[in-house]
Design a protein around this ligand. Structure first.
Ligand code: ADP
Ligand code: GLC
Length: 481
C-alpha cells in the first residue's frame, strides 16, 4: 500500500468542537483511514475549546500580522487525532458556537475568518511544514472551500484537492469587496470562478477548483445535480459530474456502542435487547413521560431547522396521541419550532416530552431507550442519527431523501432484511400514515424484533467507507504520477 498524506481542513472536529455531523465525520475519518495506510492531519481554527483541549501544541510558525493581527500555526494532538491549529486570536478567540454570536447571527467577519483557514491550508499544501507535505488537501464544506481556490490561483506545483459537500444549503456567500482583503485575484470575480449572484461563494470556489468533489451519500450526489437539490449549484455540478461521487458516512462505533456506552442506564448487546426496556423506563422519566412499556416511544435528536422537517412532525402530533404513542424530542434551533414543541408538551403531558438544548449524553439515552427514531428531513446529505439508531436497536422512521434513502431498507421493500420505515413525499400526511403503520408493526413483537436485529446486523462503521476515501486519494495520486 503506497502511504498517502492528506491534509483535512474542517471548521469543527469531534470531540473538540461540534455543532453537527460534520464534526463527527472530521473526527472519525482520520482514525479509520489509518488502517488504509492514509496519514491524515486535520487543520482547524484555534477556538478557545481547541486551545484548551489540544495537548502538547508545538509552535511551527508565527506571523506578526495574519489577516489583521498576530497568528501562529501549532501542531498538537487530541484523542488520536493529529491536528494543525491556526491560532489567530482576533479571528477565533470567541466563546460559544464557532459561526455565530450569542444572538445567533453570523459573525460579520466570517469571510475573513475562514479565508484565513484556507490560506494556511494552501500554504501547508505548498510545503509550509516540511515534515508534513500533503499529497492531497481535503476540504470540508464552505469554510474550507477556498483552499482548492488558493491552490489554483497560486499557480505553483500543488497537491491534489478534494472538496466534500456535507450540506449544499450552507454556501459561504460574501460581498465581492472581500476578494482584495483575502488575497484573491480580482479576475476570480467571474461567473466561471467565484462569482455567485453578484457576490462570491466559498462553496462555489471549492466546487469549481477541486480535482474531485464528493458528498456524503450516492443519492445526495444525484439530488444535488438537479436545479432544486443543487440550491443554485445544479448546473455547475452537472458540468462536473465526471468528478463527483457520493461516499456514505459511517459512525464511530466505539463512541456509539450499546455494550460499553457509559451514558446509558443499562448496557446491552444484540442478543439481549430486553435490557432496552430499562433504558426506556429511564428515558420516560427524564422526559416526563408516562411509564409504560406498551406505548411505542418515538425519539428525535436533531437540530431544529427547516431542513430537518420537524414542522411536519409537529403537525403529526395528533396521530401520535391518537395511536397511543409517545414522543421524546431532544433538539435546539429555530425559535418557532422550539416553542411549538414546548407547547405540544404542555398540551399533552405524559405523552410528549421535550428537552430543548444540545446534550451529547442525553442523545445516547434517546438512542438506547426509544423504540423508533424519527428523521423526517426535507433533504439530508447523509444523516447520522439513523445510523446510531440502527446500532442501538431503535427502528428508524425516515423520509425518502439523500442518505436516509441509502442507509435504511423499508419494511415494504423486502421481506426479510428491512431495517425501518421510509416515507415520501415528505409531507405531514405521509408521515402520519407511516406512524400508523409503525404502531401496527410495533405490536407484532416478532416483526419488530426482526427489524431491530436487521438494524443491529447492519455495518454502520467507517471501516469500508474509509476505504473508499483511501481509494479516491490513491486514484488522484496515480493520475498525477
Ligand atoms: P446535521 O449534521 O445535519 O445536524 P447529522 O445527523 O449528520 O445532522 O448529525 C447530527 C449530529 O449531531 C449527530 O451526532 C447527533 O447525535 C448530534 N445532535 C444533533 N442535535 C443534538 C442535540 N440536541 N443534542 C445532542 N446531540 C445532537
Ligand atoms: C451535514 C448534513 C448531514 C450529514 C453531515 C455529515 O450536516 O446535514 O446529513 O450527515 O453533514 O456529513
Amino acid at each position: 500500500m503506497t502511504p498517502v498524506r492528506v491534509l483535512a481542513v474542517a471548521s469543527e472536529v469531534y470531540p473538540i468542537v461540534k455543532t453537527g455531523g460534520l464534526a463527527d465525520v472530521a473526527g472519525a475519518l482520520p482514525i479509520a483511514l489509518k488502517a488504509h495506510g492514509v496519514e491524515m492531519r486535520t487543520l482547524m481554527p484555534g477556538y478557545p475549546e481547541v486551545m484548551r483541549k489540544v495537548a502538547g501544541a508545538a509552535e511551527l510558525r508565527t506571523w506578526p500580522d495574519y489577516f489583521g493581527g498576530p497568528g501562529r500555526l501549532l501542531a498538537g494532538s487530541h484523542e488520536g487525532l493529529d491536528l494543525f491549529v491556526l491560532d489567530v486570536p482576533h479571528l477565533y478567540a470567541r466563546p460559544g458556537n464557532p459561526y455565530v454570536t450569542s444572538e445567533g447571527v453570523d459573525w460579520p467577519d466570517n469571510g475573513v475568518r475562514f479565508a484565513a483557514l484556507s490560506r494556511v491550508a494552501a500554504d501547508i499544501g505548498h510545503g509550509l511544514v516540511p515534515t508534513f507535505v500533503p499529497d492531497v488537501v481535503h476540504a470540508h464544506d464552505w469554510q474550507a472551500g477556498l483552499a482548492p481556490a488558493y491552490l489554483h490561483y497560486d499557480n505553483r506545483p500543488r497537491p491534489a484537492t478534494v472538496m466534500t459537500i456535507h450540506n449544499m444549503a450552507y454556501q459561504g456567500k460574501f460581498a465581492p469587496e472581500l476578494i482584495g482583503a483575502i488575497g484573491l485575484p480580482w479576475h476570480s470575480f467571474s461567473v466561471n470562478e467565484l462569482e455567485y449572484f453578484g457576490g462570491i461563494s466559498f462553496l462555489k470556489a471549492g466546487l469549481q477548483f477541486a480535482d474531485r468533489i464528493t458528498t456524503v451519500s450516492p443519492t445526495y450526489a444525484r439530488e444535488i445535480q438537479s436545479d432544486e437539490g443543487g440550491m443554485g449549484f445544479g448546473g455547475l455540478l452537472r458540468a462536473r459530474s465526471d468528478v463527483l461521487s457520493g461516499i456514505l458516512n459511517g459512525i464511530d462505533t466505539s463512541v456509539w456502542n450499546p455494550q460499553t456506552d457509559p451514558h446509558i442506564a443499562y448496557r446491552f448487546g444484540a442478543e439481549d435487547l430486553t435490557f432496552r426496556a430499562a433504558n426506556k423506563a429511564v428515558l420516560q422519566q427524564q422526559f416526563n413521560l408516562d411509564s409504560s412499556d406498551e406505548a411505542p416511544l418515538l425519539g428525535v435528536i436533531s437540530r431544529l431547522s427547516w431542513q430537518k422537517g420537524l414542522d411536519l412532525l409537529l403537525e403529526a402530533i395528533p396521530t401520535i396521541i391518537e395511536q397511543g404513542m409517545q414522543l421524546a424530542l431532544l433538539g435546539s434551533g429555530d425559535r418557532d419550532l422550539q416553542e411549538g414543541y414546548q407547547a405540544a408538551a404542555r398540551a399533552n403531558p405524559g405523552r410528549i416530552g421535550v428537552v430543548i438544548g444540545y446534550d451529547e449524553i442525553l442523545a445516547h439515552l434517546v438512542q438506547a431507550g426509544s423504540d423508533a427514531l424519527i428523521v423526517p428531513s426535507r433533504f439530508e446529505p447523509c444523516g447520522l442519527t439513523q445510523l446510531c439508531a440502527l446500532r442501538y436497536g431503535s427502528v428508524p422512521i425516515v423520509s425518502r431523501v439523500g442518505g436516509l434513502e441509502d442507509t435504511i431498507v423499508d419494511i415494504g421493500e423486502t421481506g426479510h432484511d428491512a431495517t425501518g420505515f421510509k416515507f415520501g413525499p415528505v409531507t405531514a400526511d405521509a408521515l402520519a400514515w407511516t406512524l400508523r403503520k409503525v404502531n401496527t408493526a410495533f405490536h407484532n413483537k416478532a416483526a419488530w424484533r426482526r427489524l431491530q436485529r436487521n438494524g443491529l446486523a447492519t455495518d454502520v462503521s467507517w471501516r469500508g467507507r474509509a476505504g473508499e476515501y483511501a481509494a479516491l486519494y490513491r486514484g488522484l495520486m496515480a493520475a498525477r504520477a
